[in-house]
Design a protein around this ligand. Structure first.
Ligand SMILES: Nc1ncnc2c1ncn2[C@@H]1O[C@H](COP(=O)(O)OP(=O)(O)OP(=O)(O)O)[C@@H](O)[C@H]1O
Length: 708
């Protein structure tokens, strides 16, 4: 349980392997016990004295009959049936216990690191996988060839073991010749086979891990690039935690499944087919019997499998929900603490985790029953083989060595089928993880970053026209925010947009930045529709954007300012900081411009963050500056310093100010008052006051609030 606490839910629990190994060991012991009992107790001598296979056959019959009667107290049949059914029953109960314990450990430690899921799970796109696999094709083909070779050698091993047993049996029967020289040939051949098989195994594992890691790295880079390309509307609709999960957990899960399917899947399938061929060569009759039983088992397995897939999908969706709750609480931890909501957040998380725990317990029980039943069925096949094999030996159609080969080969088939049954769950998880990754890889943004024209810098005036704009946010299509909105920002003038909260002021700025495209109407820059212009040029060089809550990156101040112009020299960074009134406070820090600002700039005051954001916007020397309530989150003193910086920054530029505090915009060349999604009043401060309309009302209201 201690190990399980640390083991990710996405990996196959190690106990599975232990159980499967113990089962295989128990079966091997049984086979050897069975064969040795033929040759030892009343064994080889009785066999060799009579020289009749029928004596061995009658012994098989009597032993197996006794085994069925559970006659463990009598003579030399100590375990019999228990050897066959015992491990299967143990497997079922141990797996049940294991899943209960595992889920409990999970519940107590809240160590859920499951992949995210979105309803419904998208289709798996094979052509995208092919694009990633193509560059690694050579290594992959080599790995497949080596894995195939190892599997083929594994198929030979039962046959060679049979030869070995035949040599031993002949020597014991005839008791003539040199045992060492007789056994030497087949034994050395077998040893060589083991050696080559080991080499091939190492080879394909090395190659596969290389292919897996490279495919995963390529997928991560491509997915990240694809996410960064998406429209702002995409990020409105999807949670950051879920997106990050696709980059990490989903790709990890997919990589593990990919490697496992190629290595274990290919080996197991080859071994199953190859050993079936061996079985057929050894004894067509016995193989025929197995073939009759197998389709029934496969049919039942497929039925249970589809049910388990449904359970798995529901469980994954629930885990994603729990992760979302944790992500939101941790991402907004200051708000949670400020409202003393830790307990409530914990309760919501615990509720979702408990639900996912219950679903995973059910899934675990389903998998346990499935694996237990399949193990039991396979064990019964071995038992049936012994019954039928005895009959064939009695009719001289088989030698003891053949029976040995048949049993080992059928055991290989059983082992391979068991590993296929383990793989089953992994494949389901891998396919759904891969599908989630590919879904975002193939997503095309509607607003393309590159392409389109640029206006030469010397002829750019910075005039902006919003013409008949109507707009609804894609996440809320029924709610029209702008209705036939018209506004002109004359070159090198400052226009302020004011109005009641939620009236659509910030939306105007978002449309100018082309975070969204209007539903109808057009935004023009210097008389050109901005949809025809190169977006990276527009955002990167023409428009500077400063909003109410500037977000800094967790690097140094120097790097944060340089974010506005990646090729800026240190001198340019310092000059921008001076323009933004930031140089003095930056140089007062012991590390100056190399001071790291903490996650999202948490180690700086609001005013300091805002001035760095202004410097970041100014360094690209934009023709148009958008200030979206840039000072409204600051106290009076910070506001004064930042306002000073802004006044300096706006000189000689086209400026759009989205303002809440009307005191900050009285010097604007034009003030537009918005109501109900359109401009209802426009003029200078004094003109609007003289009209006594909505603007005067807003001023009066703010004054009254200020006095209060
Ligand atoms: N990303 C979004 N998705 C959906 N609706 C949005 C989104 N952003 C804003 N809205 C809605 O659009 C309307 C206008 O919002 P906007 O932010 O433009 O108003 P505002 O005038 O700037 O308000 P405030 O002065 O309070 O900042 C509001 O009803 C808001 O709920």
């Amino acid at each position: 349980i201690k190990r399980l606490h640390h083991c990710s839910r996405t990996t196959s629990p190690p106990i599975d392997l232990l159980l499967h190994f113990s089962l295989i060991r128990a079966l091997t012991v049984f086979v050897f016990w069975f064969l040795s009992s033929l040759y030892t107790s009343s064994g080889p001598r009785a066999y060799s004295s009579s020289q009749q296979p029928s004596s061995a056959v009658s012994r098989i019959w009597s032993l197996t009959q006794r085994a069925f009667r559970h006659s463990s107290t009598r003579s030399n049949n100590p375990l019999g049936l228990k050897f066959l059914l015992g491990p299967a029953v143990l497997t079922v109960s141990a797996r049940l216990l294991f899943h209960v314990a595992y889920c409990k450990a999970d519940k107590n430690n809240n160590t859920l690191v499951e992949v995210t899921a979105k309803v419904p799970i998208p289709d798996f796109k094979w052509h995208i996988l092919w694009e990633f696999v193509k560059p690694q094709l050579f290594a992959l083909v080599c790995a497949v060839v080596l894995a195939f070779g190892a599997a083929i050698l594994n198929i030979q091993i039962p046959l060679m073991l049979g030869d070995l047993v035949n040599v031993v049996a002949r020597h014991l029967r005839e008791n003539t010749g040199n045992y060492i020289s007789e056994i030497q040939g087949p034994a050395l051949k077998l040893l060589g086979l083991y050696g080559v098989q080991g080499l091939l195994t190492s080879g394909y594992i090395i190659l596969l891990s290389r292919v897996g890691e490279r495919v995963a790295a390529d997928m991560r880079k491509t997915l990240f690039a694809s996410l960064l390309r998406q429209d702002v509307a995409f990020f409105d609709a999807n949670k950051t935690g879920q997106l990050v999960n696709r980059l990490t957990a989903d790709i990890q899960e997919f990589k593990s499944s990919f490697k496992l399917v190629i290595s274990q899947g290919l080996r197991s399938i080859t071994q199953t087919i190859g050993c079936f061929v061996s079985l057929y060569i050894i004894s067509p009759k016995l193989t025929g019997l197995t073939v009759i039983v197998l389709p029934c088992l496969v049919g039942a397995g497929a039925l249970i499998g589809s049910f388990l897939r449904k359970l798995s999908r529901l469980a994954q969706e629930q885990v994603a929900k729990a992760t979302g709750v944790a992500d939101e609480a941790l991402g907004n931890v200051r708000t949670v603490k400020a409202f003393a909501m830790e307990e409530r957040e914990l309760q919501s998380y615990a509720y979702e985790v408990d639900k996912s725990c219950e679903m995973n317990e059910n899934l675990g029980t389903g998998i346990a029953i499935f694996q237990g039943l399949s193990n039991m069925a396979l064990n019964c096949i071995v038992l049936g083989t012994i019954f039928a094999g005895g009959t064939l030996i009695s009719s001289n159609e088989m030698s003891p060595g053949d029976l040995m080969s048949f049993l080992v080969a059928s055991q290989t088939v059983q082992r391979s089928l068991a590993s296929i049954s383990i793989l089953f769950g992994q494949v389901v998880r891998g396919i759904s993880s891969g599908a989630r990754v590919f879904e975002y890889l193939s997503l095309q943004p509607t607003i393309l970053l590159c392409g389109g024209g640029r206006i030469p810098y010397h002829s750019l005036t910075g005039r902006v026209d919003f013409l008949n704009i109507s707009f609804s946010y894609p996440t809320r299509p029924g709610h029209e925010v702008l209705k036939k909105f018209n506004l002109t920002l004359p070159p090198c003038k400052t226009v302020a947009v004011v109005g009641e909260s939620g009236g659509g002021k910030s939306t105007v700025a978002a449309l100018l930045e082309r975070f969204y495209d209007p539903t109808s109407g057009v935004v023009m820059l210097d008389g050109l529709d901005i949809r025809t212009l190169d977006l990276s040029w527009l955002r990167g060089q023409v428009i500077g954007f400063i909003n109410q809550e500037p977000v800094l990156f967790g690097s140094s101040i120097m790097e944060n300012i340089r974010f506005g112009k990646p090729d800026a020299t240190d001198a340019e960074v310092i000059s921008a900081a001076k323009q933004a009134n930031a140089h003095r406070f930056i140089t007062s820090f012991p590390d100056g411009y190399n001071t790291t600002v903490g996650e999202r700039g948490v180690t700086l005051s609001g005013g300091q963050k805002q001035r760095i954001a202004i410097a970041r916007a100014l360094i690209k020397n934009p023709s148009i500056l958008v200030l979206d309530e840039a000072t409204s989150a600051l106290d009076a003193e910070s506001e004064r310093v930042v306002q000073e910086a802004l006044d300096r920054a706006t000189r000689g530029r086209t400026v759009l100010i989205i303002a809440h505090r009307l005191s900050t915009i009285q010097g604007a060349d034009l003030i537009c008052v918005m109501s109900n999604g359109r401009v209802v009043e426009a003029g200078t401060h004094l003109e609007l006051l003289g009209k006594g309309g909505l603007y005067s009302d807003l001023i009066r209201r703010q004054k009254a609030e200020g006095q209060k």
